[in-house]
Design a protein around this ligand. Structure first.
Ligand code: SF4
Ligand code: SF4
Ligand code: SF4
Ligand code: FES
Length: 967
């Protein structure tokens, strides 16, 4: 194995379709118009020396190392900033050029510390490489002269250091922060020889606007910006391309390794979702893999108040299977079920639902998409015919108007946000529909054209009002509707939205958004060119989540914004593999590929291959499983990689459901909150320890590749196989690729997917089959999957969750950039420096009325429950609306969320809870009690590690604290 090195072409690719031919060093080369000479040379394999150029950012022309000679032109222009021209004759290597380049390098080196042998970048330093490339043997000026300013090393960022003594002021970092990340956190302070890179207003990196994406570190050609992990461990010696296990963007990374130790994660430039960029989580927050709290041995206990006993894998699996079988014998086949994980691979998810359907003999399988994007599946399948987003991320580069509704991409989907911001800086218009003033509304060089700060719960009213404007003002794309959509349904819908009760004036009263803003946003979306809609959980997690998704689809169809690049309806998926978990048949009513369990032909195909009859009845959804547990008819559950106690709504009800079960089997990395109610704990594996695939929000199937031996001894797919065997349903796979072969065999949209194809193409977007052998970047081109697009009437029905004198404020919840979901992983990394607790955002007006100051402890109470946390006073939220995150179990924000849910899918209404906020002295009695229970529940019997069989795998002893892991 060796390090994967992508080619650096020096400057970005030109987008022109017409080409020009020129001659470089006597050889003809044809490239797109607008290409730099440097890139054209690299295309034919000639690397012109460079320092300030890299193909992730536009050329700058500051180092003067890349000089060339051009016939007929005076001087020696920089090849990075000089575009090619037809017939141009270029020479890259002459005596004059050699002399000039050596002179440039002499100046750089005379001002550079001579500590190469002890420098962390030794062997990975472009300055060192260029000194070699130009044949530098001597520095005529010596090394004792004036040096550029050195304000001292900045080690404030937990993941990288800034050592200005090594800086060559090439500005690659500044440009990466601006062009790639879009944060504009860096500047060059001072002038000429006194220039120095500075975060913000000469602040430390940690105190500045920096969001720790690492783009500057990646761009830096020297050791000035260096990962602390490289400083500590040394240069990597091999790398493996894999996929981030955090969010649904699905960034591709090179895991750069020394042996089995990760040195750093470097975004892979050939990754089609991220194009070489990343956020702080994927690049830096991987230390949880070796965190000391990770559970590496299986454990069992008879009662949840007992301490855990460490046992062998055989004992744990045997005990779980025996208990589940006992429950079925006593209470019937449908008395147990399971939950698949959107954090695990497609193959693992497929196996869990197979185990439940074929091994348990029922369809009681569900997944966390129940609580996030199940309305997307329902809404887009109903209107378009496929339960998935319509575009690839590249599509945004061709958008003219972007609507972001109920999503906060800079925090939730940061790499997509960077790509979107780039397009917005190029001139595309932005409409934000969100109760909060999310960062995108106003961020450096971006101002949303319209922000619609609607009252939570009024999405359907707003979207229908926008449709009203489009229909009543003659902005319908008649040709598209005529050719592509069902006419009768369109007429019916158009008459509905045209009713005066859907006018912006009428809806302004419901939503709180001025009528003229609603109308202007509708006109812009309908007439502004390519219009794309991106949405998140602020759309789906409502009692009308499915209706809102269909209202979005209606808008896209009525304006013809579907079926080509630049447009579309794009759900920003939360977890890394939530799309895949849904695709794999994790819902109780659907087999893989969204085919109903009651369909005889489909079921017969699975029955034939699996050799067992399947239950024809759809099984229980997660909330129904918990209800049935409380009622006494549901007694056992196998939960792979989900923490429903923290992530699902109405925590007290979830706890009651879990507590009522006789056997709860939890498979996870850490003793999560749900494990407090577990009887069997099966230690899970991380994405670094297994093979498989994830499917991101673009339907892109990407490889996850094992880079280290599972510290727990088994990959998650192997654990499920062992449990299935113990249950009496044998499964036989030697490698996850064989599981994918079975998925492809059984699922028409995956029919053409193989590991070989993914390896050859890098990734593949489903549908991938005979009709589309290399996958489908953009869906519904020419025709909808369902045939004609279906307009659905979207009557606005206010949620039953109402404010009143007792609960006058509306709570909405969301995420923050540095933390991820329930925080199980990110809380065990240095990301905690940015977010150590959940805070309650409250408008100054509401805070003042209640006598609350910034940082005060406050009680947050709803009809469902109460918790306490500290206040953050901000105008990001409107008066009457408060906001918090749910990353920390100490807060348990879901204690207050209710069991109201989407009418079609049961997706909980996290985004609207009527609450009251009042001053408090600190954590509530409930939190204290829960903390005590959690501490009791996590006890491991002291004798267990010595007195029982430790199992087949011995965890390696860490000789030093894990890198990137919080203590
Ligand atoms: S920190 Fe690195 S990238 Fe930035 S100017 Fe200095 S040498 Fe260039
Ligand atoms: S880490 Fe990212 S945000 Fe921070 S300065 Fe570097 S490029 Fe900018
Ligand atoms: S944007 Fe999402 S997929 Fe990409 S690095 Fe960040 S968390 Fe990982
Ligand atoms: S690489 Fe062209 S001027 Fe620096």
């Amino acid at each position: 194995m060796s390090l994967v090195h992508e080619i650096d072409y020096g400057t970005p690719a030109a987008r022109a379709t017409n080409t020009v031919t020129l001659t470089i060093d006597g050889r003809a080369v044809t490239v797109p118009e607008g290409t730099s000479i440097m890139r054209a040379a690299m295309e034919m394999g000639t690397q012109i020396p460079k320092l300030c150029a890299t193909d992730m950012v536009e050329a700058f022309g500051s180092c003067r190392l890349c000089l060339v000679e051009i016939e007929g032109r005076a001087g020696t222009p920089a090849s990075c900033t000089t575009p090619v021209a037809a017939g141009m004759v270029v020479r890259t290597q002459t005596e004059r050029l050699k002399r000039l380049r050596k002179g440039v390098m002499e100046l750089y080196i005379s001002d550079h510390p001579l500590d190469c042998l002890t420098c962390a970048a030794n062997g990975d330093c472009e300055l060192q490489d260029m000194a070699g490339a130009v044949g530098l043997r001597d520095v005529r000026y010596g090394y004792e002269g004036a040096k550029h300013p050195d304000p001292g090393k900045d080690t404030s960022n937990p993941y990288f250091t800034y050592d200005p003594s090594k800086c060559i002021v090439c500005s690659r970092c500044v440009r990466a922060c601006e062009e790639v990340q879009g944060t504009f956190a860096l500047t060059i302070a001072g002038r000429g020889f006194d220039s120095v890179v500075s975060p913000g207003m000469e602040e430390s990196f940690l105190a500045s606007e920096c969001v720790s994406c690492g783009a500057c570190v990646q761009a830096c050609p020297t050791a000035t910006l260096t990962e602390k992990s490289v400083i500590e461990i040394g240069q990597p010696e091999h790398s493996v391309v894999t996929t981030c296990a955090y969010c649904g963007v699905g960034c591709s990374f090179k895991a750069e390794m020394r042996g089995e130790e990760v040195v750093r994660m470097v975004p892979y430039k050939d990754g089609k979702a991220n194009r070489g960029h990343s956020c702080v989580k994927g690049r830096f927050a991987w230390g949880y893999t070796t965190h000391k709290e990770r559970i590496l041995k299986p454990m069992i206990r008879a009662r949840i108040t007992d301490p855990w006993r460490e046992v062998s894998w055989e004992q744990a699996i045997g005990h779980a299977a025996a208990e589940l079988k006992r429950i079925q014998a006593q209470h019937g086949a449908r008395s147990i079920g399971g939950i698949t994980s959107s954090r695990c691979t497609n193959e693992e998810t497929f196996l869990v639902q197979k185990l439940i359907r074929a091994g348990f003999g029922n369809n009681n399988v569900d997944t966390c998409a129940r609580v996030c994007h199940s309305p997307t599946g329902y809404g887009l399948k109903t209107t378009f015919g496929t339960s998935a987003g319509t575009q690839d991320f590249d599509s945004v580069e061709e958008s003219d108007v972007v609507v972001v509704i109920g999503a906060n991409p800079t925090d939730g989907h940061p790499v997509f946000a960077s790509r979107l911001k780039k397009r917005l800086r190029q001139g595309a218009k932005l409409i934000v529909i969100d109760p909060r003033r999310i960062d995108l509304v106003r961020t450096p060089h971006i101002d949303a054209t319209h922000h619609l700060p609607l009252k939570p719960g009024t999405n359907v009213a707003i979207l229908t009002a926008m449709a009203h404007v489009i229909v009543t003002e003659g902005l319908v794309n008649e040709a598209f509707v005529r050719e592509r959509c069902d006419r009768d349904e369109f007429e019916h819908w158009a008459a509905f939205v045209a009713e005066p009760r859907h006018s912006p004036e009428a809806v302004a009263k419901i939503s709180g958004v001025p009528a003229q803003t609603i109308a202007a946003a509708a006109r812009l979306y309908a007439t502004g060119g390519n219009g794309a809609i991106y949405y998140g959980l602020g759309v789906t997690e409502h009692s009308q989540g499915s209706t809102t998704v269909m209202a979005i689809a209606n808008l896209a169809m009525v304006t013809g914004n579907i079926g080509r690049p630049g447009v579309g309806v794009n759900p920003l998926r939360g977890q890394n593999n939530v799309q895949g978990a849904c695709d794999m048949g994790s819902f109780p009513h659907e087999l893989s590929g969204y085919r109903h369990i009651s369909d005889d032909a489909t079921r017969a195909m699975f029955e034939a291959l699996w050799g067992t009859p399947l239950d024809v009845e759809p099984g229980l959804r997660i909330p129904n499983m918990l209800d049935a547990a409380v009622d006494g008819s549901f007694k056992g559950i196998y939960i792979q990689g989900e923490d429903i106690l923290q992530s699902d709504p109405d925590t007290h009800h979830v706890a009651a459901g879990l507590a009522a079960m006789e056997c709860v089997v939890v498979q996870d990395l850490f003793l999560n909150e749900t494990a407090n109610y577990a009887h069997v704990f099966l230690p899970g594996s991380t994405f670094l320890e297994k093979d498989g695939t994830f499917t991101n929000a673009e339907r892109r199937i990407q490889r996850v590749r094992k880079v280290m031996t599972p510290r727990n001894g088994l990959a998650d797919w192997e654990i499920t196989i062992a449990l299935a065997e113990a249950m009496g349903f044998a499964m036989s796979y030697a490698h996850p690729s064989q599981i994918m072969d079975e998925i492809a065999h059984l699922t028409p949209t995956f029919a053409g997917v193989t590991y070989d194809k993914i390896d050859a193409l890098g990734s593949v977007q489903w549908p991938c089959n005979a009709k589309a052998p290399e996958g489908t970047p953009v869906m519904h081109i020419g025709a909808f999957v369902r045939g004609k697009g279906k307009f659905v009437v979207t009557e606005y029905v206010p949620t039953d969750e109402r404010t009143g004198p007792r609960f006058p404020l509306l709570l909405t919840t969301g995420r923050i950039l540095s933390q991820y979901n329930v925080g199980a992983q990110t809380r065990r990394t240095h990301n905690v420096v940015w977010h150590q607790e959940d805070r309650l955002e409250i408008h100054p007006h509401d805070a003042e009325q209640r006598g609350i100051c910034d940082g005060d402890w406050v009680k947050l109470a709803s009809r469902a429950g109460e918790t306490t946390l500290r206040a953050l006073i901000t105008e990001r939220v409107a008066p009457g609306v408060i906001y918090t995150t749910f990353h920390h179990p100490d807060t348990q924000a879901n204690v207050v969320t209710t069991d109201y849910s989407d009418w079609a899918t049961n997706c909980p209404e996290y985004k609207v809870t009527a609450v009251q906020v009042s001053p408090s002295n600190g954590p509530s009695a409930w939190q204290e009690e829960y903390g005590a229970l959690a501490r009791t529940s996590r006890r491991v019997a002291p004798e267990s590690s010595s007195g029982l069989d430790p199992g087949p795998f011995q965890a390696p002893t860490l000789e030093r604290p894990p890198l990137g892991a919080a203590e």
